[in-house]
Design a binder for this molecule. Sequence first.
Ligand SMILES: [Ca+2]
Ligand SMILES: [Ca+2]
Ligand SMILES: [Ca+2]
Ligand SMILES: [Ca+2]
Length: 405
Amino acid sequence: MNNDGTMDVVLTDLQGRLNCLMNDGTGRMSKRSCGDTFAFGIELGDIDGDGHLDVVYGAHEYEGSPTGVALNDGTGIFRKSWTLPSINGWGTVPEVAVWDLNEDGKLDIVLSRAGVLYAGTAIEVLENLGEGRFRSQFFPLVEPPAGYDATAEANEWNNFVHSIRFSDVDLDGHTDILLIANGRGPHAAEIHGSILRNSGNMTFEHVRNRTAGNPVKVIEESRFLDDPKLILSRLEPAQGAPTVTSASRAFQSAIKGLEVPDSDMASYVDIPDPIQLPESGAAIVGVKDFQMSQGRGSFGLLISWGGELLPIEVCVESYLANKFTAYRVRFSESGFGGVSAFNEVGTHSCMGQPGYAGDWELAPEGERMGIRALLRDISTHGKSIIVGLPELSDQEKIGVISDIY
Ligand SMILES: [Ca+2]
Ligand SMILES: [Ca+2]
Ligand SMILES: [Ca+2]
Ligand SMILES: [Ca+2]
């Protein structure tokens, strides 16, 4: 960033600042604030051609965070900025990339754009004309119907481009733009593995994957996994009886004196070698109603914990694009062991149903009652728990866990 021959790092803090990690030449990095820019996606490139790397940045234009270029003053500080024009209705800019697409020596900019709550997918190509001027070409790739009003990021029109790569894939001498998105969902085929084919002179044509003119072959993610048997053996859960931990003691005293209604234990499939959960000290001894598909679903577990046998219900929502899987437990109504005193713990929703909570969103009393330790165990060992269930074949287990981040 300061042209002293050692590689530095630029980070966005998502709060209006750029932070630079400056390398002293031995690999020791010192952190300093190096600009006032709100950004989600950033990329480095010398956009003004003065020999110093600048930062191209994008965020949510409709929330007052313009897309632009922060200019390096030569010392690794970004004082000045060029704001790039916004595009009405396409103000989400989750990914930015730079490449000299017409080989005129000036780096051009490619933006991934989406609508509010990621409804709709588009690409903008900005040709660098020099001196802060750009010529825009806009390519809407998936457009929601007119009047569509998204209520959540999880909507059928969300297939945003999360990575942009450059390569001359058709070997005609012009660098093409490769688009990488979530490979699932109703519009994945239009976006994932598609290209903006460069015909020279900054003319581009969108070519879907698996169509003539697009030689990109998408290889299923599962092909990159190890031997399935190895995956399962690596995820094998700990087995054994419940143990006494500080969380199990806390839970035992919390449940003391509460009425634990009888449950229909016979409806659970027995787990002959119970799955041990290390932090809470609980052991999973039964399972029922296992239903998982495309990274979402629920199942019932029978756990032995704090001297009680309790039925609980686990709800799973996996967000591959966000690299996060939410494991929540149900506390409402017949939820957590059927004990009504726990109902109010379930302050969040899962798959549209209220009365759930995960460890990261649990109210403080959950800590006191030891429940957070159990939820943390389920979050941390979610895949191992699934691998330890007797109901599923190896093939089914591999299918389910490969859908979960
Ligand atoms: Ca440096
Ligand atoms: Ca520069
Ligand atoms: Ca150029
Ligand atoms: Ca090409």
